[in-house]
Design a protein around this ligand. Structure first.
Ligand code: ADP
Ligand code: MG
Length: 321
């Protein structure tokens, strides 16, 4: 069995595993009492933390590589929602035993996403206990340019990146016995892709943004209340994840898209005149962008069947946060 220090040295302490340290702004990485970081001149830091707990946020039997990827992805999604460029992370892991094969898979999933997103792992903590991973992410944007939840204006078009419902659809697929990560629904659930490039591309076009972690309706509610506005939705036009209708049926797919959690797409409001530019920028990144409604002065969310709303809560009760 590895000691704590061997484990850290082997799997987590080499910043080159995540990005290669060149240009990464790491003055001092793992190995001292703190990491020392150099933010870009003129930038502000965005900081966020998320905990992923076994059997609450992911199944214990999920592939280790997916657990590593997902723990980082859900944290990075918050940076994407602010239009921040991801730079650094620290990761605290509590685990029941130091299983070498499991740790190798976990570290591979974590570091691979670090590399894709340009993030360097600069420190953390290891303790023994029930499997739980807490990731703090640091991003940056030019001073004053944070994309917040509260900037929406009446008349703004509401758009979402990617497709919805895959988080819920993938969870159902897992419990139905699906185990192959190339199943698109299972991949949507276990390997969500944080929309960092899209968030940065939209930062100067958008009035407001949030990432969809708790379900479209819940997160739209947050966007609306932060702006003091209501919204109307075009439910028939929601972009649905591949394979969702086949697994859940038409009505179930729409419920999953509206009320299921774990999609990690961006919900953004922007002036209608900028919609085409936004589409083009995201098309260049290979990220679909779909208009799904508008912000309006009248409170509440129109266009969603009230019965579906109520049933939605029964079928998809809010999970633990
Ligand atoms: P301390 O006792 O001073 O908090 P630790 O012994 O916990 O330090 O950690 C030693 C070094 O290893 C620190 O620099 C810490 O940031 C790094 N480290 C510990 N756990 C991790 C991890 N999960 N990921 C990355 N670095 C880690
Ligand atoms: Mg110390």
């Amino acid at each position: 069995m590895l000691s704590e220090f061997e484990l850290i040295a082997r799997y987590f302490a080499d910043p080159a595993q995540s990005t290669g340290a060149v240009g990464s702004g790491v003055v001092l990485g793992p190995g001292d009492d703190c990491a020392v970081l150099a933010p870009s001149p003129g930038s502000q830091l965005a900081v966020s933390v998320d905990t992923s707990l076994v059997e609450v946020h992911f199944p214990a039997a999920a592939p280790a590589v997916a657990i590593g990827h997902r723990a980082l992805a859900v944290a990075l999604s918050d940076l994407a929602a602010m239009g921040a460029r991801a730079r650094w992370c620290v990761m605290a892991i509590s685990l029941p035993e130091a299983d070498d094969a499991w740790l190798a898979g976990f570290a591979e999933g974590f570091h691979a996403l670090c590399r894709v997103c340009g993030v360097t792992l600069v420190g953390g903590d290891v303790t023994r206990g029930p499997l739980s991973i807490t990731v703090t992410v640091h991003g940056e944007f030019p001073a004053g340019q944070a994309l917040t939840r509260g900037g929406g204006k009446a008349g703004d078009v509401l758009v979402v990146t990617g497709a919805l419902g895959g988080g819920r659809g993938g969870l159902e697929a897992w419990y139905a016995g699906a185990r192959e990560l190339d199943d698109p629904l299972l991949a949507a659930y276990l390997l969500p892709q944080p929309r960092l490039a899209a968030g940065e591309a939209l930062r100067q076009l958008a009035h407001s943004a949030i990432d969809i972690s708790d379900g479209l309706l819940v997160d739209l509610e947050h966007l609306c209340s932060a702006a003091g506005l209501g919204a109307e939705l075009d439910v028939a036009g929601l972009p649905l994840s591949a394979g969702l209708v086949a697994r859940l049926g038409e009505a179930g797919a729409h419920e999953a898209a509206l009320c299921g959690g774990d999609d990690y797409e961006l919900l953004v409001s922007l002036p209608a005149a900028r919609l085409e530019t936004a589409r083009q920028r995201l098309a260049a990144l290979d990220v679909p962008l779909t208009a799904i409604g508008r912000l309006r002065r009248a409170p509440g969310i129109a266009g969603v069947d009230a019965g579906l709303l109520r049933n939605g809560w029964r079928h998809f009760p809010e999970g633990a946060t």
